[in-house]
Write a protein that binds this ligand. Sequence first.
Ligand SMILES: NC(=O)c1ccc[n+]([C@@H]2O[C@H](COP(=O)([O-])OP(=O)(O)OC[C@H]3O[C@@H](n4cnc5c(N)ncnc54)[C@H](O)[C@@H]3O)[C@@H](O)[C@H]2O)c1
Length: 460
Amino acid sequence: MSENGTVTASRREFLAGASALAGVALPHVHAAENNTIQIALVGCGGRGTGAAINALSVANGPTKLVAMADVFPKKLNDSYDKLRTQFAAQVDVPPERRLLGFDAYRQVMDYLKPGGVVILGTPPAFRWVQFSYAIEKGLHTFMEKPVTVDGPTTRRMLKLGELAAAKNLKAGVGLMVRHCRARQELLDRIRSGQIGDIVAMRAYRMGQGGGTAPPKPEGISELMYQIQRFHAFLWASGGVFSDYYIHQIDECSWMKGAWPVEAHAVGGRHYRRDSLDQNFDTYSVQYVYPDGTRLFFDGRNMAGCRDEFASYAHGSKGSAVISTLSHTPGMTRIYKGQKMPRVNSRKELPLPDDPNLVWAYPQPERSPYQLEWDDLMEAIRQDKPYNEVQRGAEASLVASMGRMAAHTGQIVTFDQILNCPHEFAPSVDRLTPDGPAPLQMGPDGKYPVPQPGVLTDREY
Ligand SMILES: NC(=O)c1ccc[n+]([C@@H]2O[C@H](COP(=O)([O-])OP(=O)(O)OC[C@H]3O[C@@H](n4cnc5c(N)ncnc54)[C@H](O)[C@@H]3O)[C@@H](O)[C@H]2O)c1
């Protein structure tokens, strides 16, 4: 049973094999004897570097960054310089432990002693490959979301999650909002009936653009170009839908206490211009929960349009704001009735008094990006069970479900996406910089894009 709700018959059957491993008693893996927890970073971009900062900022015991891996030297060097400047005493990564290439993840994990933590800040396509090796090496893992991009990789990741739990390895997934104390208090209040039964939810992630891929410049292989522009290509990231929208779909489903069982969606490409990416500019999805409740999700990547980045729950006795203007601060609130003031920008903060306001989490609130690391390290040091892989894989799958519904123009159910045979990049564990890319151009010099109503059982 997922923390978050329903388990379908087919999923139960699927997990039966992996669950058998969970009962096998294996030795506990503790932090290094000197009490310093070693950290390795794989994928030294924006979020990987941010996660390393969070790991080095945890207050409950010493941590040290000992190895770093990437596929682009500039990314690795910039990240190293930033971390070294900020945490001179905790960054011990000499040149021989700064590694480049598709196998570099193995080499940096080889440097870690069992009980160390590896950060997977790479594009989602590489998650199952790199997590497999972390489990083999007896390492704890912090991996960014999404953790899968399609049905086959989700099935694989669910099995790996079971395997990690069986080896008592802790695994955090970067759905950091789950660690936000404001959202946790809101969830308690919703569960205690303060807004009544949730009858509908709405969420929006509408920004000025993203996920584009201008034609490939000279001097870079097609594969490296696709990796560099990973939001543009479904094999690498699940596209902007999976990469950006997963958070809101996850936080709403968490508040609802269930995963949606099906999705129906629309979307289209309006202004992609010379971009070679596979994304739509707009997505509008109706997610249906087991009791018939709906989440209405709107995503837009379009300059000149109104931005919104928020999630709301409507209940039979009141309503709640789950997210206000971004992931953090959440500024969670509960209102009497269904009317909530619209917050257009940070300039409007603090919010004016509202006679319908019932409760608001006090500001300032702590960053969930730090809290997720505090919680993971606490679990490692206290040897408490800690494995977020199942809920991370299910959140990734539910994101893929909505994306596939929009891309095919069909209703897609949870079981259909879980059992969907289309694996976007079956060779992702065997890539070489000059080898073929998982996505190939057509004779028109363009990559294939979704065609709703034409391609109905696969996205491209
Ligand atoms: N939780 C959040 O709020 C949040 C925010 C931003 C990004 N993310 C997630 O973090 C991940 C990375 O996103 P980002 O914005 O940091 O992207 P990024 O491009 O800045 O970083 C990705 C890094 O991985 C490297 N890389 C790619 N393939 C690699 C491989 N096979 N081996 C080693 N290194 C490899 C890239 O060169 C790059 O340095 C994504 O999954 C994204 O969804 C999460």
